[in-house]
Structure formats: C-alpha cells, structure tokens
Design a protein around this ligand. Structure first.
Ligand code: C2E
Ligand code: CA
Ligand code: CA
Length: 521
C-alpha cells in the first residue's frame, strides 16, 4: 500500500529526473547544433579560400596570354631587332621574369641574355612540345635554384618554334601567405604533376599529418589546381566546442527551469487524479448499515476505491487527503454522487433507507454542495434518505451554517463522521445540529476492554440519546461489540462483522443473500 509521502516524493523524483534529462538533452542538442554549424562554416571557409585562390592564379595568368600574342610576331625577327621589344614586354608585367624566343628547339633570344644558344630540351625536357604547356621548374639561368613557372607556347605550324615565358613564382603565389586561420595550414599549387608550396618551393608530394585533410580545387581554365591542407573541419569544430559550453549550460538551465514549470501540473498527483476520473479508474464501493435489532440492511455508506494502473491500488486514506489538498475532492464527491444516482434502482425504495456519502467541509462553502445536489441528486427524484458525512474534522468550523440549514430544509441528513476522534468539539453539536453521529471505530474497538475509550464510548452513546441524535457505530468487528451496542440501544451498526466494503454493482446480490440468510434464521 502506498503512503501519501511516498507517492508525492515519487512524483517529485520523477519530475526532477524528467527536468534534468530534458535540460541535459537541450544542452547536448545546443552543442550538437553548434558543432554542425561550425563544421559547415569550416568547410565553407576552406572551399571559399580555394575558389578565391584559383581565381587569383587565373587572374595572374591571364596577362600572359595577351603577352604571348603580342610576342608572336617577333619570332620572325633576328634577336638584335626583337630584344628591345622583349625587354619592354618584360618590364610591363611585374610577375614575368623573362621572355624568350625559340626556333628549331634552340632558345636564340632572351629578354635577359639577348642572343643565346640554349638547347631548350636541355633546360626543360618537356619542352618544346606541340601543345602549350605550363610547368613548374627550377631556374638554372638567372636566379639559380629558385622555383619558376614556365609557360611554353608553340607556333602551331612548327612545334619546335615558340615562346617561353618565365614567370616569377614567388610573386604569383604571394597570395598563399594570406592563408590565415587555423583551418588552413598549407596551400599548394599543382601544375603538371609538380607541386609548389609557398616558403617550401617545389615539393615532391603533398603529405599530411594524421588529423589533416586535403581539399583540391581544379581550375576550369588553366591546367593547374590548388590544394589546401589543414585539420579536418570536424576536429576543428570539436576543439572549438568548449567555448560554447557556457552558452549550452545557460540554455540547458533555462530548459530545465521551463520544464519544471511546465511539468508542475502534468507530473503531479492532481493530474493523476484528473486522469483517473476521466478514465473511470475510481470505483464506488458500498458497506451496509445494519439495524442492531433485526439485522436488516437499512442503508449503505459509499466508499471510493482507486485501482490506479500505474501505482496499483491506492488507499482512500492516501488519495482523499491529497485530493482535499489539491482541490479535487469536490469532483471526486460529484463522481460518487453520479455513480450512486446511476445505481438508485438497485436500492430498496424506502424513505428510511440511508445512502451515506462522505463529503469534505470545503464542499459546504458558497452553496456548492447544494448546487451539486440540485444538479445530480434531486433530478433523479430518489426516494431514499441521503446522508452527508462530514469527514474533515479540522474544517468543521468553516462549514457554512446557512448551507446546513438549507440541507435540513431539503431533507438531507447530516452526519458527523469519526465522532470522538480528533478535534470534533461538542460545540458543533449545537451549531451544526447533526442528525447522526458516527462513533469512531477506535471507540467501538475499545468495547469490552478496560481502556478509557471504553468509558468514552458509553458517554458518547448517552450523549446521542440525550440529544436525540441518531447513532451509527462504525468498525463493528465482533459479535460481542454488536451485542453490547444493541444493548445500549445503538440502532445502526457498520463494520467488518457484517460486511466488508464491496463494489456497488454487487449490492443487489449481496442484499438478496443477506435477506435469505435472515429469513432462514
Ligand atoms: P470513513 O468515512 O470513516 O469510512 C470508514 C472506513 O472504515 C472505511 O475505510 C471502511 O473500509 C473502514 N471500515 C469499515 N468497517 C470496518 C471495520 O470493521 N474495521 C476496520 N478496521 N475498518 C472498517 P476506507 O474505505 O479505507 O476509507 C477510509 C476513509 O477514506 C473513509 O473513512 C473516509 O474518510 C475516506 N473516504 C472514502 N471514500 C470517500 C469518498 O468518497 N469521499 C470522501 N470525502 N472520503 C472518502
Ligand atoms: Ca464515513
Ligand atoms: Ca468514519
């Protein structure tokens, strides 16, 4: 059986767990969102850098096309006549180191050396060639050992004749030093299987460290590509995650607080009661009231039972006080009223047949009980006697006496439940003028013992008789108790000795069996 505290702390614990899980989830999602956006950003940065690098190299190579066209007519001239123009052309384009004319595979005229006699193939094995070429190489003539970019343009009619442009690779690739940011560590220009890396010169291969990745972007207009090497975008994004931790912590805290407020209603016992009412988890039980003289059943008390699918059976001693705390006792009493009205046909149609329901004192405020009875009870025109048992001892002082008078006027009886226990004061007998006193089971249990309570039982019984208030003894468990009470002229008895509470739908069968049993005696 559940205790009130255990159920409440269970709800609290579950609510705390849900809020913590949600906060953690939101924190993780925030970090994941940050990670993916950073990852995309890193990929975009590398891609944009590469695109820009390709465009830069293309724009730097573009003037050489025009220069080639301008130089072409010079090939038919002698070096003395061509040399001056070659020098002027070279001066015009800052990135060019020299322009040379080639005839029959021999470099015969250079803007630097003037008339020369270099076998081109000795200088560069891949030249001359029938197609234009762009080659990375090492300067053997002017700035010896430095890396250069060679551009070979053959004259279409004779592939051994053409123009060689030597391009200043350092200037061409100066942009590479702007590859800032931790996402790119190296930039490489790839031409015809050779690789040039700024500050490193010609390198054999693009080799990488373990966590590095490469990104290649080819030019659409020239035979080169740009390769960048850097840490993988994912490892960069992971490295950057700690900087987002404060934000994630704040967002997850906010989510946790938000969840705490949002679950206040949903993850509470009151929500559980509301769900229980909506899905009819509550069942109304009855316990018979027995006449002490003839053992006839002359009434019933209706008691709620809750078979909760999540917590199992919950005792009314647990859920009734909680329902009172959460302002849900009125809907529960109305539920009992409706169920009782629905079963009226099963009860003996006698004026004196008691139908007792337990009502909380708050139901007496603002005429609510009268309104509810007008809504559920009176429209059914019941013949039987309705008794309202006031359960909440501490709340008796707040009961509105006008409502009590109105109830009397409507022929509804008022019983004080558990009389003698707790704080019920004799003063209420005067102000509430109850029709019935239900002697608390602790006094009935004391009958026949030496306990002080046994004397109090006698006093309560005497009091009832003197004030002409009906008495019901509850918690009668033995034949001796029943005999004593009959002897004391207590007319109505209730207790396990006669019957335990049973589902209301079993009442007709029980009554029939009870009456058969009486007539057979
Ligand atoms: P109560 O109104 O005093 O109801 C009598 C309680 O005594 C019932 O417990 C009943 O099962 C138990 N009882 C009956 N005969 C004996 C007996 O011979 N020996 C012993 N030891 N117990 C006996 P139950 O059904 O567990 O209800 C407990 C309390 O919960 C009720 O006490 C009442 O205060 C409250 N309750 C139950 N149903 C309702 C309801 O529909 N509305 C309200 N407001 N309170 C209810
Ligand atoms: Ca009662
Ligand atoms: Ca009682």
């Amino acid at each position: 059986m559940h205790t009130t505290q255990r159920i409440l702390s269970g709800y609290q614990r579950r609510r705390v767990i849900v809020c913590i899980l949600l906060a953690a989830l939101v924190g993780l999602l925030t970090l994941a969102a940050k990670y993916f956006s950073e990852l995309r950003l890193n990929e975009q940065r590398v891609d944009q850098f590469n695109q820009r690098a390709v465009l830069t190299v293309e724009s730097l190579l573009a003037p050489f096309e025009q220069l080639y066209k301008d130089t072409l007519p010079l090939i038919s001239l002698s070096c003395e006549n061509a040399q001056q123009t070659l020098r002027e052309f070279t001066a015009k384009v800052p990135t060019i180191r020299s322009i040379s004319l080639v005839k029959n595979g021999v470099l015969y005229c250079s803007s630097v050396f003037g008339t020369s006699q270099f076998i081109v193939r000795d200088l560069q094995p891949q030249m001359p060639s029938p197609e234009p070429r762009l080659l990375l190489g090492v300067d053997h003539l002017i700035n010896k050992g430095s890396s250069i970019l060679l551009s070979w343009h053959p004259i279409s009619a004779s592939p051994n004749d053409g123009i060689v442009q030597v391009i200043n690779l350092g200037m061409l690739t100066a942009f590479m030093q702007h590859a800032e940011g931790s996402w790119i560590t190296r930039t490489i220009l790839n031409i015809s299987g050779s690789h040039f890396e700024y500050t490193q010169g010609l390198v054999n291969d693009v080799d990488m460290l373990g966590n590095e990745i490469r990104h290649d972007t080819p030019s659409q207009n020239y035979p080169f590509s740009i390769t960048t090497v850097g840490p993988s975008p994912s490892s960069l994004a992971i490295d950057n995650l700690p900087s987002h931790l404060p934000l994630a912590a704040v967002i997850s805290l906010l989510a946790g607080v938000f969840a705490w407020f949002m679950t206040a209603k949903r993850m509470s016992f009151s929500h559980e009661i509301k769900m229980g009412l909506a899905s009819r988890e509550f069942e109304v039980y009855f316990q018979p009231l027995i006449h002490s003289d003839n053992q006839q059943c002359i009434g019933i008390e209706l008691l709620l039972r809750w078979d909760n699918p999540r917590h199992g059976s919950i005792s009314p001693d647990v859920f009734i006080p909680l329902a009172e705390q959460q302002n849900l006792i009125i809907p529960l009493t109305c539920y009992v009223l409706r169920e009782t009205v629905g079963a009226l046909d099963q009860f003996p149609k006698m004026d004196e047949f008691h139908i007792s329901i337990n009502v909380a004192a708050c139901h007496f405020k603002d005429n609510i009980i009268i309104k509810d009875l007008r809504r559920y009870w009176f429209p059914a025109h019941p013949q039987q006697q309705l008794v309202l048992e006031l359960t909440e001892r501490e709340a008796l002082p707040i009961v509105d006496h006008h409502v009590v008078r109105e109830l009397h006027h409507l022929n509804i009886k008022l019983a004080i439940d558990d009389f003698g226990s707790g704080q019920s004061s004799l003063a209420y007998l005067e102000t509430l003028r109850p029709d019935i006193l239900k002697i608390d089971k602790s006094y009935i249990g004391a009958i026949g013992t030496d306990a002080v309570n046994s004397k109090v039982t006698d006093i309560i019984i005497a009091l009832g008789h003197r004030l002409d208030i009906e008495l019901i003894a509850e918690g009668v468990e033995t034949a001796a108790q029943a005999a004593f009470l009959r002897q004391q002229d207590v007319k109505l008895l209730q207790g396990f000795f006669f019957a335990r509470p049973m589902p209301l739908k079993h009442f007709p069968a029980w009554l029939e069996m009870h009456n058969r049993h009486l007539s057979s005696q």
